[in-house]
Write a protein that binds this ligand. Sequence first.
Ligand code: GRG
Length: 282
Amino acid sequence: MEVEEYLSQKKISIERALKNYLEKNDSPVFEAMRYAVLNGGKRFRPLLLLASGEYFGASEEFLLPYACSIEFVHSYSLIHDDLPMMDNDDFRRGKPSCHKKFGEALALLAGDALLSLAFEVIADAPYPQPDSQVKNFIIGELARAIGPSGMISGQWKDISFNPQIASWSDYQEIARKKTAGLIRVSAIIGARLAGAPVQALNSIEQYAANLGLAFQLRDDLEDLDQDRAQKNLLRPNMAQYLGKNKATELLVELCQKAVHFLRKAGINSDVLEYFADRLKIW
Ligand code: GRG
């Protein structure tokens, strides 16, 4: 099957599963959660989890709850990031952001609820026998990636950022923690659920860490162009720091490095390589 056909089929499965989890209740909190989640995201992280897990032999049915939990975490981070006390964005995916539609209190709670739901879904997901350590591993990896030393610390570093004294490593640290961590952990969770051997897991981790940085750099490059076109004052980002040419070179380098980690470990996955190739075309 062609990669794009595979991905569009998987996306349909993800959409269906996400909807299932969120349909159960018609309270205002659930309505705000549905609004934020079921509104046309690319589903990059759950697709990555499925592709990684299926490559190592796990079934879609088995992986889907974990894939949904990652998307819930991602959606929570976007709702909170859009709030006035954070990035103060009125729009998300071309529609009013969650707080613009439902008010700040409900948006805040919808984000909190999605974060909790993510862990509830993992707790209730079928248990991978005979490896009893798998869920502990997954919960630990996810919590560390998004917790006070991961995404939250990246977000704080971003909010309190002072470009006058920032170094290249500060920019990278923000991207690694704020964005790349959840991407990295998506690929790891898929592979771990499928019982991938330790060496392959390490390679998947290196692949996805590079992919995650590339993902943020590409977003930064897009912001750079958009803000120049609209003559907006750009918030400092990696592409602005490096300049467009160097940033584009680095983007290609990161994507090539990601693929290199796969090939070196004999991981021959068209889908995983496709993600890196797509990010590179900018
Ligand atoms: C507020 C706890 C908290 C964390 C916020 C992830 C994050 C930290 C903020 C998101 C803001 C942002 C624009 C981050 C850059 C990463 C990025 C491009 C996110 C958008 O992800 P996509 O492109 O979005 O996968 P879709 O809409 O496709 O889901």
